[in-house]
Ligand binder design. Sequence first.
Ligand SMILES: Nc1ncnc2c1ncn2[C@@H]1O[C@H](COP(=O)(O)OP(=O)(O)OP(=O)(O)O)[C@@H](O)[C@H]1O
Ligand SMILES: [Mg+2]
Length: 251
Amino acid sequence: MRSTKLEVRELSKVFRTVEGREILALKDINLEVLDGELLCILGSSGCGKSTLLRIVAGLEQPSAGDVLINGRPLTGPGPDRGMVFQEHLLFPWRTVRQNVEYGLEVKGGPKTARAQECLSMVGLENSSEQYPKELSGGMKQRVGIARALANDPAILLMDEPFASVDAQTRSDLQAMLLTIWWGTRKTILFVTHSVEEAVYLADRVILMGSGSGHIIDTVSVDLPRPRYRVSPEFNDVRRDILKRLGFLTGE
Ligand SMILES: Nc1ncnc2c1ncn2[C@@H]1O[C@H](COP(=O)(O)OP(=O)(O)OP(=O)(O)O)[C@@H](O)[C@H]1O
Ligand SMILES: [Mg+2]
């Protein structure tokens, strides 16, 4: 049996606006993620997906509840977690290789070799000396992924990483991510608002209610890989998720 890698217990997050209004971004989130699992977090804008990921990354403090990694309470950011953002957030004055090396600088060690290794994993081994402005959107996202992989984190946290690229690039990036996941057996938390993306990637999908900040359902995707987006089985899972999200009330 696979062990539990990450546990979220009774997690809540309240934000206070400058006018003193309270926003309940997360409410009583309970979650267990297995070692090596690819978990997608699906929900519409504002349901708290990024907040959940940022808390797990240690970038944000919860208002209540706990996050445990390997059974130990989280204390802050750490090299055991790598984060990939929707916006690539690369340093424009650094080359691709230097951007990937950035995370490694705090740790020391043979930076260039590791950066090159990570760039190969994302298919950018020949672009290491280019600058971000010379890259396409899809290539920038690849650099962001290579950077997140640099410290060889056990957990990858990905916040809508493929949301702003075209459909073909998106499906290339999804296939690449599955290859990396398969090769490294990392635990991945992948935030998306695309039902198709979640069904294509996930072992399990967590559905978050719109504007409510809580988990409304969990769906296991038991389709073999590679998955075909046009297969009847794929469509069945997609329809089931849409129904649970309340989008197919007429059926
Ligand atoms: N720093 C903050 N201060 C105040 N409110 C915040 C802050 N960060 C997030 N919120 C609020 O918390 C709620 C959840 O935000 P969050 O960014 O987690 O949603 P999301 O599901 O990631 O949305 P999207 O799909 O648009 O990225 C929203 O109502 C948002 O306005
Ligand atoms: Mg978000």
